[in-house]
Write a protein that binds this ligand. Structure first.
Ligand SMILES: NC(=O)c1ccc[n+]([C@@H]2O[C@H](COP(=O)([O-])OP(=O)(O)OC[C@H]3O[C@@H](n4cnc5c(N)ncnc54)[C@H](O)[C@@H]3O)[C@@H](O)[C@H]2O)c1
Length: 324
């Protein structure tokens, strides 16, 4: 009897590439769902699978309990594990595999898309022109250069480092905070080390968030922290929506304290029609597409599929996040 795999990630399923043939070569019975799935839906499905090839589905303690003993492995398509109860999976000795190092360049490029979209008014002016509102002369919107400005990075991990490299190329100064700071990288790429997050917030024209979501970073950017930032700061969030308090950010955009918020992620995805940031001024929200390029999806899907196949056939070439 072939092993049964639950495949939920839409990015994986909808993007053409060699990962589809690779998955077929595993000889599994594949059940396809359109994620990210709620805990309720996961509980309906749990118990019938040997492996999950998942995106940001709610894999809670209850889901894990119902999935065992049959479930042998969770292969996360991506690096953010905040929707999986990894601690409980570890307690149950259930391997959680993931895909670090495959989408950092793509997400860094997206970060600069958002930044230039805001500072050079590319997004708002492009929309005005489409709407027939081509302004002439002094009425044209005026943006800002990023050259010479300070890019402050919170979380100098894989993506944060790629952002630092690109910021240097734009002639920006780069400062960063990370509790596990890579001194060799910062020396090579002239990134000034900050002792804590507040030092970054005080000294940056652009604050770019690249830490993961956990109990320490949840709601970390709130009205008190925004008050510490420079006036007219641009905040970028290609990490996780929950890191930023959305009401505080909307108020700061309304007041002009924050000059722009560019985010690829929201606290609630997809957002309700009346989400406070959808109509906020100087705000660009993209629909969690930061890692969605043909190049990156193929790398990420190939890694996640190889993780799954190799683990199940006893080959040691897989990347596990929870060691036990
Ligand atoms: N928008 C997207 O499509 C997309 C795609 C990939 C990843 N992500 C998000 O980006 C995050 C970062 O990805 P990565 O590949 O760079 O991960 P990474 O693990 O390489 O880097 C994360 C860094 O954050 C640091 N960190 C942890 N807590 C911190 C804190 N309180 N303050 C400052 N730094 C802190 C860690 O030490 C680490 O160096 C992921 O966790 C995920 O949430 C989003």
């Amino acid at each position: 009897m072939s092993l049964r795999i639950l495949l939920t990630t839409t990015s994986y399923q909808d993007t053409p590439g060699s990962h589809h043939d690779l998955l077929e070569s595993g000889g599994f019975e594949i059940v396809r769902e359109r994620g990210p799935l709620s805990e309720e839906r996961m509980l309906e499905l749990a118990g019938e699978f040997d492996g999950f090839l998942c995106g940001d589905d709610a894999i809670t303690q209850a889901v894990i309990d119902k999935s065992l003993p049959r479930l042998r492995v969770i292969s996360k398509y991506g690096i953010g594990l905040d929707k999986i109860d990894v601690k409980y999976a570890t307690e149950k000795r259930l391997p959680v595999l993931f895909t670090p190092g495959v989408n950092h360049t793509t997400v860094a490029e997206h970060t600069f898309g958002l930044l230039l979209g805001l500072t050079k008014r590319v997004f708002s002016n492009g929309q005005e022109v489409r709407d027939g509102a081509w302004q002439a002369g002094w009425k044209k919107p005026i943006g800002n250069e990023i050259m010479g400005k300070t890019m402050g990075i919170i979380g100098l991990g894989r993506i944060g480092k790629e952002v630092a490299i690109r910021a240097n190329a734009f002639g920006m100064k780069v400062i960063a905070y990370d509790p596990y700071f890579d001194g060799a990288f910062s020396y090579k790429h002239k990134v000034k080390r900050c002792a804590n997050m507040d030092e970054v917030l005080h000294n940056s024209d652009v604050v770019s968030l690249h830490c993961f979501l956990d109990e320490n970073t949840h709601g970390m950017i709130n009205s008190a922290k925004i008050a510490e930032m420079r006036d007219n700061v641009v905040v970028l969030n290609c990490a996780r929506g929950e890191i930023v308090n959305i009401n505080d950010m909307a108020a700061a955009l309304e007041s002009g304290k924050v000059g722009g918020y560019g985010a690829d992620v929201l606290d609630c995805e997809p957002p309700p029609a009346d989400h406070v940031l959808l109509k906020a001024p100087n705000c660009i929200i993209t629909s969690h597409i930061g890692s969605r390029t043909h190049e990156s999806v193929n790398r990420q899907a190939t890694r996640a599929t190889n993780n799954l196949i190799n683990f199940l056939k006893g080959d040691s070439d897989y990347i596990q996040s929870n060691k036990f």
